[in-house]
Design a protein around this ligand. Structure first.
Ligand code: AMP
Length: 314
Protein backbone atom coordinates (compact mmCIF):
# COMPACT_ATOMS: atom_id res chain seq x y z
CA UNK A 1 0.00 0.00 0.00
CA UNK A 2 1.22 3.54 -0.76
CA UNK A 3 1.22 6.31 1.80
CA UNK A 4 -2.15 7.93 2.61
CA UNK A 5 -2.16 11.74 2.50
CA UNK A 6 -4.71 13.65 4.60
CA UNK A 7 -5.19 17.38 4.01
CA UNK A 8 -7.84 18.08 6.64
CA UNK A 9 -8.55 16.95 10.20
CA UNK A 10 -11.69 15.17 8.98
CA UNK A 11 -9.75 13.19 6.35
CA UNK A 12 -7.13 12.36 8.95
CA UNK A 13 -9.72 11.06 11.46
CA UNK A 14 -11.40 8.97 8.74
CA UNK A 15 -8.07 7.40 7.68
CA UNK A 16 -7.00 6.59 11.24
CA UNK A 17 -10.49 5.20 11.97
CA UNK A 18 -10.47 2.94 8.95
CA UNK A 19 -6.94 1.58 9.63
CA UNK A 20 -7.90 0.96 13.26
CA UNK A 21 -11.06 -0.92 12.39
CA UNK A 22 -9.24 -3.09 9.81
CA UNK A 23 -6.78 -4.09 12.56
CA UNK A 24 -9.49 -4.60 15.14
CA UNK A 25 -11.62 -6.66 12.72
CA UNK A 26 -8.61 -8.95 12.34
CA UNK A 27 -8.54 -9.31 16.13
CA UNK A 28 -5.41 -7.14 16.49
CA UNK A 29 -4.94 -4.39 19.06
CA UNK A 30 -4.17 -1.04 17.48
CA UNK A 31 -2.06 1.83 18.76
CA UNK A 32 -1.20 5.11 17.09
CA UNK A 33 2.24 6.75 17.04
CA UNK A 34 2.70 10.33 15.87
CA UNK A 35 5.74 12.19 14.53
CA UNK A 36 5.23 15.95 14.00
CA UNK A 37 7.61 17.54 11.48
CA UNK A 38 8.02 20.56 9.22
CA UNK A 39 9.05 18.39 6.26
CA UNK A 40 12.38 18.44 4.37
CA UNK A 41 12.80 15.08 6.03
CA UNK A 42 16.17 13.40 6.65
CA UNK A 43 17.57 10.40 8.54
CA UNK A 44 16.87 12.12 11.88
CA UNK A 45 13.16 12.20 11.09
CA UNK A 46 13.35 8.66 9.67
CA UNK A 47 14.69 7.44 13.01
CA UNK A 48 11.67 8.90 14.84
CA UNK A 49 9.28 7.35 12.30
CA UNK A 50 11.00 3.95 12.51
CA UNK A 51 10.79 4.01 16.31
CA UNK A 52 7.11 4.88 16.12
CA UNK A 53 6.34 2.15 13.61
CA UNK A 54 8.19 -0.38 15.76
CA UNK A 55 6.18 0.58 18.83
CA UNK A 56 2.75 1.19 17.22
CA UNK A 57 0.56 -0.46 14.61
CA UNK A 58 -0.27 2.87 12.93
CA UNK A 59 2.15 5.78 12.43
CA UNK A 60 1.06 9.28 11.41
CA UNK A 61 3.63 11.88 10.31
CA UNK A 62 2.57 15.51 10.03
CA UNK A 63 4.31 17.76 7.53
CA UNK A 64 3.41 21.35 8.30
CA UNK A 65 5.60 24.45 8.20
CA UNK A 66 3.91 26.25 11.06
CA UNK A 67 3.77 30.02 10.39
CA UNK A 68 3.06 30.73 14.08
CA UNK A 69 6.55 29.65 15.16
CA UNK A 70 8.46 31.90 12.73
CA UNK A 71 9.17 35.58 13.44
CA UNK A 72 8.74 38.08 10.56
CA UNK A 73 12.51 38.14 9.80
CA UNK A 74 12.94 34.35 9.90
CA UNK A 75 13.04 31.75 7.10
CA UNK A 76 9.32 30.80 6.74
CA UNK A 77 9.21 31.51 2.99
CA UNK A 78 12.51 29.88 2.16
CA UNK A 79 12.12 26.90 4.52
CA UNK A 80 12.86 23.85 2.29
CA UNK A 81 9.75 22.09 0.96
CA UNK A 82 10.26 18.61 -0.52
CA UNK A 83 6.85 16.98 -0.17
CA UNK A 84 7.19 14.10 -2.69
CA UNK A 85 10.49 12.95 -1.22
CA UNK A 86 9.05 13.35 2.30
CA UNK A 87 6.17 10.98 1.48
CA UNK A 88 8.63 8.43 0.13
CA UNK A 89 10.79 8.64 3.25
CA UNK A 90 7.70 8.25 5.48
CA UNK A 91 6.58 5.16 3.57
CA UNK A 92 10.06 3.58 3.68
CA UNK A 93 10.37 4.28 7.41
CA UNK A 94 7.06 2.51 8.08
CA UNK A 95 4.42 5.27 8.34
CA UNK A 96 0.91 4.78 6.98
CA UNK A 97 -0.43 8.35 6.97
CA UNK A 98 1.05 11.78 6.16
CA UNK A 99 -1.01 14.69 7.48
CA UNK A 100 -0.19 17.77 5.40
CA UNK A 101 -2.73 20.50 6.13
CA UNK A 102 -2.75 24.03 4.71
CA UNK A 103 -2.30 26.90 7.22
CA UNK A 104 -6.04 27.66 6.72
CA UNK A 105 -6.99 24.08 7.66
CA UNK A 106 -4.98 24.42 10.88
CA UNK A 107 -5.98 27.97 11.77
CA UNK A 108 -9.43 29.07 10.56
CA UNK A 109 -9.97 32.86 10.28
CA UNK A 110 -11.52 33.12 13.74
CA UNK A 111 -8.73 31.17 15.51
CA UNK A 112 -7.79 33.10 18.68
CA UNK A 113 -6.07 30.69 21.04
CA UNK A 114 -2.41 30.66 22.10
CA UNK A 115 -0.89 27.93 24.22
CA UNK A 116 2.17 28.89 26.21
CA UNK A 117 4.33 27.31 28.87
CA UNK A 118 5.71 29.89 31.30
CA UNK A 119 9.39 30.44 32.13
CA UNK A 120 10.71 27.45 30.14
CA UNK A 121 9.67 29.24 26.91
CA UNK A 122 11.45 32.48 27.77
CA UNK A 123 14.98 31.12 28.23
CA UNK A 124 17.58 29.66 25.83
CA UNK A 125 16.14 29.86 22.27
CA UNK A 126 13.06 31.61 23.70
CA UNK A 127 15.20 34.57 24.84
CA UNK A 128 16.14 35.14 21.18
CA UNK A 129 12.87 33.97 19.54
CA UNK A 130 10.21 35.48 21.83
CA UNK A 131 6.98 33.93 20.41
CA UNK A 132 8.54 30.79 19.01
CA UNK A 133 7.51 28.28 21.67
CA UNK A 134 3.99 29.69 21.94
CA UNK A 135 3.70 28.94 18.20
CA UNK A 136 5.16 25.47 18.75
CA UNK A 137 2.88 24.63 21.71
CA UNK A 138 -0.21 25.90 19.90
CA UNK A 139 0.41 23.77 16.82
CA UNK A 140 1.59 20.70 18.73
CA UNK A 141 -1.46 20.68 21.00
CA UNK A 142 -3.79 21.01 17.99
CA UNK A 143 -1.95 18.18 16.22
CA UNK A 144 -1.96 15.98 19.32
CA UNK A 145 -5.72 16.49 19.57
CA UNK A 146 -6.28 15.76 15.87
CA UNK A 147 -4.22 12.57 15.87
CA UNK A 148 -5.18 11.34 19.37
CA UNK A 149 -2.05 9.19 19.36
CA UNK A 150 -0.94 6.86 22.12
CA UNK A 151 2.64 8.09 21.74
CA UNK A 152 4.26 11.12 20.09
CA UNK A 153 7.95 11.20 19.20
CA UNK A 154 10.20 14.26 19.48
CA UNK A 155 13.92 14.59 18.75
CA UNK A 156 16.19 15.46 21.64
CA UNK A 157 18.12 17.68 19.21
CA UNK A 158 15.44 20.28 19.90
CA UNK A 159 15.79 19.65 23.62
CA UNK A 160 13.99 22.78 24.80
CA UNK A 161 11.03 21.90 22.58
CA UNK A 162 10.94 18.36 24.00
CA UNK A 163 11.10 19.66 27.60
CA UNK A 164 8.36 22.25 27.00
CA UNK A 165 6.02 19.82 25.22
CA UNK A 166 6.59 17.26 27.99
CA UNK A 167 5.71 19.94 30.58
CA UNK A 168 2.64 21.05 28.61
CA UNK A 169 1.18 17.55 28.22
CA UNK A 170 1.89 16.77 31.88
CA UNK A 171 0.27 20.03 33.09
CA UNK A 172 -2.90 19.59 31.07
CA UNK A 173 -3.00 15.80 31.62
CA UNK A 174 -2.94 15.09 27.90
CA UNK A 175 -3.33 11.37 27.21
CA UNK A 176 -0.57 11.17 24.56
CA UNK A 177 2.76 9.97 25.92
CA UNK A 178 5.74 12.10 24.83
CA UNK A 179 8.88 10.17 23.87
CA UNK A 180 12.31 11.75 23.30
CA UNK A 181 14.58 10.25 20.63
CA UNK A 182 18.39 10.48 20.59
CA UNK A 183 19.88 12.94 18.10
CA UNK A 184 21.03 11.50 14.77
CA UNK A 185 24.39 12.91 13.66
CA UNK A 186 26.76 13.14 10.72
CA UNK A 187 30.10 11.35 10.93
CA UNK A 188 31.82 14.35 12.57
CA UNK A 189 28.97 14.70 15.05
CA UNK A 190 27.00 17.53 13.42
CA UNK A 191 23.31 17.01 14.20
CA UNK A 192 21.20 16.39 11.09
CA UNK A 193 18.85 19.30 10.44
CA UNK A 194 16.65 20.44 7.57
CA UNK A 195 18.52 23.76 7.79
CA UNK A 196 21.91 22.09 7.13
CA UNK A 197 21.12 22.32 3.41
CA UNK A 198 21.48 26.12 3.62
CA UNK A 199 25.22 25.77 4.39
CA UNK A 200 28.09 25.93 1.89
CA UNK A 201 31.48 24.29 2.56
CA UNK A 202 32.77 27.27 4.59
CA UNK A 203 29.77 27.30 6.89
CA UNK A 204 29.76 23.51 7.16
CA UNK A 205 33.40 23.50 8.29
CA UNK A 206 32.67 26.09 10.98
CA UNK A 207 29.58 24.15 12.14
CA UNK A 208 31.77 21.22 13.21
CA UNK A 209 32.80 23.21 16.29
CA UNK A 210 29.35 22.68 17.81
CA UNK A 211 29.49 18.91 18.36
CA UNK A 212 33.20 19.27 19.19
CA UNK A 213 32.37 21.72 21.98
CA UNK A 214 29.60 19.48 23.37
CA UNK A 215 31.95 16.53 23.34
CA UNK A 216 34.65 18.48 25.16
CA UNK A 217 32.16 19.36 27.89
CA UNK A 218 30.84 15.78 28.03
CA UNK A 219 34.36 14.44 28.48
CA UNK A 220 35.00 16.83 31.38
CA UNK A 221 31.69 15.82 32.97
CA UNK A 222 32.36 12.10 32.50
CA UNK A 223 35.79 12.50 34.08
CA UNK A 224 33.92 13.37 37.30
CA UNK A 225 33.76 17.18 37.13
CA UNK A 226 30.54 18.49 38.72
CA UNK A 227 31.43 22.18 38.70
CA UNK A 228 29.11 23.83 36.16
CA UNK A 229 31.47 26.71 35.17
CA UNK A 230 34.29 24.21 34.52
CA UNK A 231 32.10 22.08 32.24
CA UNK A 232 30.82 25.17 30.42
CA UNK A 233 34.35 26.49 29.97
CA UNK A 234 35.36 23.31 28.13
CA UNK A 235 32.60 23.91 25.56
CA UNK A 236 33.13 27.67 25.31
CA UNK A 237 36.87 27.29 24.69
CA UNK A 238 36.15 25.22 21.58
CA UNK A 239 33.42 27.57 20.32
CA UNK A 240 35.55 30.69 20.90
CA UNK A 241 38.48 29.19 19.02
CA UNK A 242 36.52 29.23 15.73
CA UNK A 243 36.22 32.83 14.58
CA UNK A 244 33.71 31.92 11.83
CA UNK A 245 31.22 30.74 14.47
CA UNK A 246 28.98 33.41 16.00
CA UNK A 247 27.80 32.19 19.40
CA UNK A 248 24.28 33.04 20.53
CA UNK A 249 24.32 31.08 23.77
CA UNK A 250 26.07 28.22 25.52
CA UNK A 251 24.23 27.32 28.70
CA UNK A 252 23.87 24.56 31.24
CA UNK A 253 20.29 23.92 32.31
CA UNK A 254 18.37 21.50 34.50
CA UNK A 255 17.03 18.86 32.08
CA UNK A 256 13.53 18.85 33.56
CA UNK A 257 12.64 22.50 34.22
CA UNK A 258 15.40 24.31 32.24
CA UNK A 259 16.51 26.45 35.18
CA UNK A 260 20.15 27.52 34.97
CA UNK A 261 22.74 25.28 36.63
CA UNK A 262 25.17 27.80 38.07
CA UNK A 263 27.21 25.93 40.66
CA UNK A 264 27.18 22.12 41.03
CA UNK A 265 25.65 19.65 38.62
CA UNK A 266 23.48 17.58 40.93
CA UNK A 267 20.67 16.53 38.56
CA UNK A 268 20.43 15.51 34.91
CA UNK A 269 21.43 18.62 32.97
CA UNK A 270 21.53 19.74 29.38
CA UNK A 271 24.38 21.71 27.87
CA UNK A 272 22.84 23.60 24.97
CA UNK A 273 24.48 25.67 22.23
CA UNK A 274 23.01 27.98 19.59
CA UNK A 275 24.83 30.10 17.05
CA UNK A 276 25.29 31.14 13.47
CA UNK A 277 27.61 30.07 10.68
CA UNK A 278 28.01 32.12 7.53
CA UNK A 279 28.28 31.15 3.84
CA UNK A 280 30.81 32.82 1.54
CA UNK A 281 27.91 34.94 0.15
CA UNK A 282 27.03 36.14 3.66
CA UNK A 283 23.91 33.97 4.15
CA UNK A 284 23.71 32.88 7.77
CA UNK A 285 22.37 29.61 9.16
CA UNK A 286 21.28 29.29 12.77
CA UNK A 287 22.17 25.96 14.34
CA UNK A 288 21.30 24.46 17.72
CA UNK A 289 22.52 21.36 19.49
CA UNK A 290 22.93 19.95 22.98
CA UNK A 291 24.26 17.13 25.06
CA UNK A 292 22.47 15.62 28.05
CA UNK A 293 24.85 15.25 30.98
CA UNK A 294 23.60 12.32 32.98
CA UNK A 295 24.52 9.30 35.02
CA UNK A 296 21.05 7.80 34.45
CA UNK A 297 21.70 4.32 33.03
CA UNK A 298 18.86 4.79 30.48
CA UNK A 299 20.56 7.78 28.88
CA UNK A 300 24.22 7.19 29.70
CA UNK A 301 24.71 4.87 26.72
CA UNK A 302 23.84 7.56 24.19
CA UNK A 303 26.12 10.03 25.97
CA UNK A 304 28.98 7.52 25.74
CA UNK A 305 28.15 6.84 22.07
CA UNK A 306 28.36 10.57 21.38
CA UNK A 307 31.77 10.85 23.02
CA UNK A 308 33.00 7.70 21.20
CA UNK A 309 31.86 9.16 17.86
CA UNK A 310 34.26 12.03 18.62
CA UNK A 311 37.13 9.66 19.29
CA UNK A 312 36.57 8.09 15.86
CA UNK A 313 36.96 11.38 13.97
CA UNK A 314 39.77 12.96 16.02
P1 AMP B 1 11.55 19.59 12.36
O1 AMP B 1 10.95 19.11 11.10
O2 AMP B 1 12.91 20.15 12.20
O3 AMP B 1 10.61 20.46 13.15
O4 AMP B 1 11.75 18.30 13.24
C1 AMP B 1 10.71 17.38 13.47
C2 AMP B 1 11.14 16.44 14.57
O5 AMP B 1 12.32 15.75 14.18
C3 AMP B 1 11.47 17.18 15.88
O6 AMP B 1 10.98 16.43 16.97
C4 AMP B 1 12.96 17.23 15.85
O7 AMP B 1 13.55 17.30 17.13
C5 AMP B 1 13.29 15.89 15.19
N1 AMP B 1 14.64 15.93 14.63
C6 AMP B 1 15.15 16.84 13.78
N2 AMP B 1 16.46 16.58 13.54
C7 AMP B 1 16.77 15.49 14.26
C8 AMP B 1 17.96 14.73 14.45
N3 AMP B 1 19.11 15.05 13.86
N4 AMP B 1 17.91 13.66 15.27
C9 AMP B 1 16.75 13.31 15.89
N5 AMP B 1 15.60 13.99 15.76
C10 AMP B 1 15.60 15.06 14.95
Amino acid sequence: MGILVARTRQELRAMIGSLKSTLEDAGLRSSVGFVPTMGALHEGHATLIKKSSKENSITVVSVFVNPKQFAAHEDLDKYPRTFEADCELCLKAGAQIVFAPTPEAMYPDDFKTKISVDEMSQVMCGAHRPDHFTGVCTVVLLLLNFVAADRAYFGLKDYQQFAIISRMTQDIVHPTRIIGVTTVREEDGLALSSRNRYMDATARAAAACIPKSLRAAAEVFLSGETNAPAVLLAAREVLNSVSEFELQYCELRNAKNLTEVEARITHESVLAVAGFVQNADGVKTRLIDNVILTHDPDRLESLLDFVRLGTAVK
